[in-house]
Each structure stands twice: as structure tokens, then as C-alpha cells.
Design a protein around this ligand. Sequence first.
Ligand SMILES: *[C@@H]1O[C@H](CO)[C@@H](O)[C@H](O)[C@H]1NC(C)=O
Ligand SMILES: [Fe+2]
Length: 427
Amino acid sequence: MLKVWGLMAIVLIVLAGKVSSYDRPGTRKNVVMHPSNDDDHMTPEQVHISLVGSDKMRISWITKDSIIPSVVYGTVSGKYESSADGTSSSYHYLLIYQSGQIHDVVIGPLKPNTVYYYKCGGPDSPQEFNFKTPPSQFPIKFAVSGDLGTTEWTKSTLEHLSKWEHDVFVLPGDLSYANTFQPVWDVFGRLVQPLASQRPWMVTQGNHEIEHIPLLHDQKFTAYNNRWHMPFEESGSTSNLYYSFNVFGVHILMLGSYTNFEPGSDQYQWLENDLKNINRKNTPWLMAVIHAPWYNTNEAHQGEKESVEMKESMETLLYKAPVDLVFAGHVHAYERFNRVYQDKFDKCGPVYINIGDGGNQEGLATKYQDPNPEISLFREASFGHGQLEVVNATHAHWEWQRNDDDVSVQKDSVWLTSLLADSSCKI
Ligand SMILES: *[C@@H]1O[C@H](CO)[C@@H](O)[C@H](O)[C@H]1NC(C)=O
Ligand SMILES: [Fe+2]
């Protein structure tokens, strides 16, 4: 059985080249994580949370057996003055995998910038969790890292970003790298729980979420859509593959690189409509998140349809909005661009940042185009994560932290100003 899976898995070997004085770290092995209590079929595991509207939170978790999907919660540990019920589902993958019961409960209204204590499955559930809601004023702090996987490098990325007091985690696609072997999704859920149960994880899909096997499993995104339910309904989207959300004064477009994006498509129409309804007085910052980067000077993933055609379709929409910042993943490295529109510097264009450096088993993308195009300001093939602090309506501070020998080291940092602050960029 494992052999079959092994054959199906896509193995991508990236040969590390020797460049500059920094010896880039090699790949690290995948972690193994079993359920914390194998015998108890009611014990919640793989707990993660996500924002729903301005004052609610979705709590997701898995149990082996069916339970009534309910969450009790409150602002004092051990005292749960509120409760809410939700829904449960499960899915099959091929003949051999049956997921646990996936529970999904939306709780709220919640107060901003407040710690809530909660239990999944009722007050008798063995473990209490807690999270903090985002504040209702600036500053707002986002941690960002894509292409995570489940390796020892992933672990160190998560450890480093857990030490930074952020409000929301943003993941530009490629979560578990299960590559159709479904138990890896469970490992991923267990690996991220300590963080993802405490802060909202807002994700979009990458190519590794598709998991479509012709004739054998025709449905796409089965595990992703079942396990990582994002608040798409609340933003008028009809698909879990694209949506938008606000964190106080920041509006974030979570776009889908692996669904229809051409002019006239459902996603395109939704995006046009979403952009029309933005009030920049309330949300002075506008960001977009994709998986396959539209700008990329790494040799990896050049010329892919999801980069080239999606950019062709949507770049002008984002430029006219105007979008301040675009995050992408896919390329396993870090790169920051200047403000760009149609391949050239443009002071009213978005800043593009590629941050597919979470630490997955495929390793780093170490080869770059030479000479370095002028629009690319910083690039390095190392694992790490990003920290975006939106300080006020006009200023934000961006920092890239490299996982250097297991210690988080700041390598790139820059002040960004919102396009709202430049009166010559029409809003
Ligand atoms: C916004 O933050 C920047 C950086 O700290 C500061 O220079 C600027 O004065 C702030 N603007 C307002 C309106 O407070
Ligand atoms: Fe990818």
C-alpha cells in the first residue's frame, strides 16, 4: 500500500547550489504526530480557528467519533457563559481513507482584543483552549508564511512566529503537502494546533491542495474544503477557494490561483464586485493574497498558467483598486519587489512579496535569474516567515525573518506607505 502512495507522491528534488557566503540549510525530515490520546474517540484534535465577519470566530476540530458539535466559551478561564452549536462532516478519499468527524462552530459576537477561553464539544471536554481576537484599532499585526508542509523546518518556522505577538496568520497556499496521502492532513492539523487554536489562520489554496487523481478521485480540493472552511459566504463568494475579509482597517482579498480567474469567470466577477464595495475610509489598507506569484525572478515556476494568465486577467483590476500589497507563495524562497505594474516600476502599483518559505519537504528554490531585474529589491532562498505590522492608516512595517541555524534572524525590513497617502495615486 505504501508503495502505491509513494509512486503517486510527487517528489521534487531541488539541488542546492553554492551561492554567496551563506550556506543554505538542507531539507529536514517530516515530523510524525499521532493523536494525543489514541483511545479516546471524543478528544478534540487539530483545533484551528478563523475569522468570520468582524466579530465572530469559526472553531474547527476533529474527533474520531460523532459528537454534538458545540463550543462553550467565555472571557474567564474555566467559566463558559456562552455556547454555540455547529455542523459536522467527514469525507472519503479513495477506498482506504475515511476522515474523522470534522466539526465547525461559529461563535460570537466577540469583543475586540480580548482573550476567550473555550472548549470543543462541551464543558466536560478534557482540554481548554484560548484565543485572542484582533484589536479594533491600529496597530494590526499579521504573520505570513506559505508552503508550510510538516517538516522539522516547518516546526521551527512555527516556533519562531509564535514568539511574535501577532493578531492573524495569513497563509498564501500549500498547507500540508499530503500529496493525496490523507493522513498527512491529520499530521498537519496536529502540528499547527498550538498556534492555529490561538490565532485565526486565514488561508488560500495552493497547487498542493488540489489532490485530484483522474478517474480515481475526480473531485478537487476535497481535504482542503472539508478541513479549512474559510468565511467565503460572508464576502458574497460562492466558493471556499476565494473570499475577502477585514481586520479592522485592512481589507484582504484571498484569491484562488487554482480555480477560474479569467475575465467573466465567477471569481473575476466576485472580485470586481468586492472591490466596488470597499470603503477606503474604513479600510485604508488593501492587500491581496495568491499562490502562484505574478512577479518572480527565481528560476522555479516560471511561465506557469496560474501566474501568467491570472496576472493577465486580474493585474489591472488590482492596480486600479488600488491594492497596496500582494503576497504569493509557491516559490520556496523569499523575494520582495518594488511597486510594480505591467512589469515596470510604478509608484501607484502594489508591492509584491513572495513568501513560500515555510519549510516543506521539497526544499528551497535556490537558482535565480541573472542579472537581477531592477524591480526585484531583495531575494534569498531560505526558510522563514514575514511580520507585517500595520501601524496606522498610512504606515506599515514589514520584516522578513530567516530560520538561520534554528534562530530567527531579521534579514529584510522596510517601511511601506499606503497608496492612500499618495494623493497622486487616485483612490
Ligand atoms: C503613522 O505612523 C508613522 C510611523 O510610525 C508616523 O511617522 C506617522 O506620523 C503616523 N501617522 C499618524 C497620522 O499618526
Ligand atoms: Fe505551490
